[in-house]
Design a protein around this ligand. Sequence first.
Ligand code: HEM
Length: 520
Amino acid sequence: MSLISFWSVDSNKLNQISTPILFIFLFIFALLWLRSKFRRPSLPPGPRGLPLVGYLPFLSPNLHHNFADLAKVYGSILKLHLGTKLCIVLTSPSSVNEALRHQETIFSIRDTTVVALLSSYGGSDIVFTQDENNWKKLRKIFTRKMLSKSNLDASYSLRRQEVRKVIKGVFESAGTPIDIGKLGFVAALKSVMAMTWGGSGGLIGVDGTDLDAKFREAVDEMMVLLATPNLSDLFPVLGRFDLQGVVRKMKKVMCVFDEIFNSAIEEQRKRGGNGMENRGFLQFLLEIMEGEDSSESITENNLKALLMDIVIGGTDTTSTTVEWAISELIKQPNTMNKVIEELTKVVGLNQMVEEFHLPKLNFLDAVVKETLRLHPPLPLLVPRTSSQTTTFGEYTIPKGSTIYFNIWAIQRDPKVWDNPLNFEPERFLNESSENLYDFTGNRIEFCPFGSGKKSCAGIPLAKRLLVLILASLLHGFEWKLPEGSKFDMEEKFGIVTKKLNPLVTIPTPRLPNLELYNIM
Ligand code: HEM
C-alpha cells in the first residue's frame, strides 16, 4: 500500500472518530464560556465566624485596627459577618474610589442604626435621609445658605467671643492641669450654639432655666449613646426588646432636645430676625420653613434635624482634632517651635489670633492636615449600605451590605506615604503636594472628610473654627505635661476616635500683655 492510499483510508477512519470528539469539545467549550459569562463573581474573601454571631466575638474595641489587620490577610476588599449583617471592608485607594466616586449612586445611602435614626428625627437630616431629592435640598440649604461665605463672615464675632471666653477661662486657671479635649469641646459647642441661636445671647427657658447648660448636657449624653454598640442593629429581631435600654435612653434625650428646640423656635418667632446683626442658623431655617418658595420648603423635623447635624457633626470632630494636634506637638518640641515661630511672626505678641490671620498660617495648616492624616476622627468614615447588588473587580457586593471605608489604614499605608507613622507636617508643604491634598477628598489617599458628593458638608466651618481654637490655644499659652504624668497616643474607637487617655496639660500665658487675655 502506497503512502497516499494509506493516508486516504486512515483519514476516512479518522474523520469518523474525530467529528464526534470535535462536537464534544465544542460543546464543553461553549458550556465553559457560558458559565464564565453568566456566573456571578464570588463574595470577597474574609475570616470565618461562628454560626449566628459571625465574627462578632473576635472583634477588638478598635475596629479600624482590627479591620486593618484583617486586610493584611484577606486583601483590600474583604467581607465579614457581624450578627445578621454582611459587612464589606474597603482598604485601598482604588476600592474606596470605586465606591465613593465611580459607583457613588449605589453606595450613597448611609447605614442607619436605631439610635442614629432617632437622633435625626427619623432620618429627616442630611446624613441619614434615604430620599435623594430631600438630601439635595437639605445639602443646598446647609452649604449654600447656612454655611455660605457671607454667613460665616457675618457670624465670626459670635465664634470669636466664645473662643475668647475659653481663653479667658484658661488664663484664670493658669498653672493647673486642664483636659484639652473637654476644653476644645466646650469651645466648639459654645461657638456652634452661639451661631445657632444668633446674636440673641444664651437660651433661657420660660421658667428662667439656663437652657444652654441643659443643651450641653444633652449633647454629652447623646454622644455616648451614639457610640454604644447596640445588639438591635446586629440582630434586628431583637430590636423590640431593646435589651441594653439604649433606645429608651435616646428617646429621653430626644425629649430634652425637643423641649429646647421648641422653646428656641417659639422665642425666635416672637423676636423675629429683622434688624438682628447675626441672624443665626435657627432664624435662617425658620425663614426657609415659613417662606413661600415651595422648592425649598422644609418641615419642622427637617429644621430640628439640621440643627442636630451641626451640633453632632461639628463639635466632637473639632475638639478631638485639637487634642490630637496638641498631643503630637507636645511629643515633638521642634515642630511645636515652628508653629510658635509662625504665630509670633504672623499674629505678633501684642494681639490674640483673629480669623483673618488663619490663611497666612501655612505651617499650622500643614499641622492640621498631618493630624487628620494620622488621626482622622472618623477612621471608617460614616458606613454606607449598597442599594443594589454590584461587582467590584472579581467580587460581588450584595444589596444591603454594610460598607466600611478604612481611610485610617490608607492614610498610614507605606505604599502611599513615606515614613507613614511619623508626624511630619512638612510633607504637606512641598510644592507639588500642597495643591494635591486638600480637604475635598479629591485624592482618596487623604480624605478625612470623605470624598464624592456625600463628603463632609461642614468643611467651611470646620476649617475656620478648628484652626481658630487651635491657633488661639497655642498662641496664648505654653503647654507642659504635669510632672510624672503618663503620656501616650493610644486610641479609643467611638462615634469619633479620641485619645484613650485624655491629654491633660498645664498652661502658662505666653503673651507679655496680660490685659489681652481679658479682651472679649
Ligand atoms: C474636623 C472636623 C470634621 C471632620 C473630620 C468631619 C468628617 C466628616 C466625614 C468623614 C463625613 C462623612 C463623609 C462621607 O460619608 O464620605 C462627614 C459628613 C458630614 N459632616 Fe463632617 N466633619 C467635620 C466637621 C463638620 C462640621 C463642623 C459640620 C457642621 C457644621 C459637619 C457636618 C457634616 C454633615 C452634615 C455631613 C453629612 C454630609 C452629607 O451626607 O451630605 N462636619 N463629616
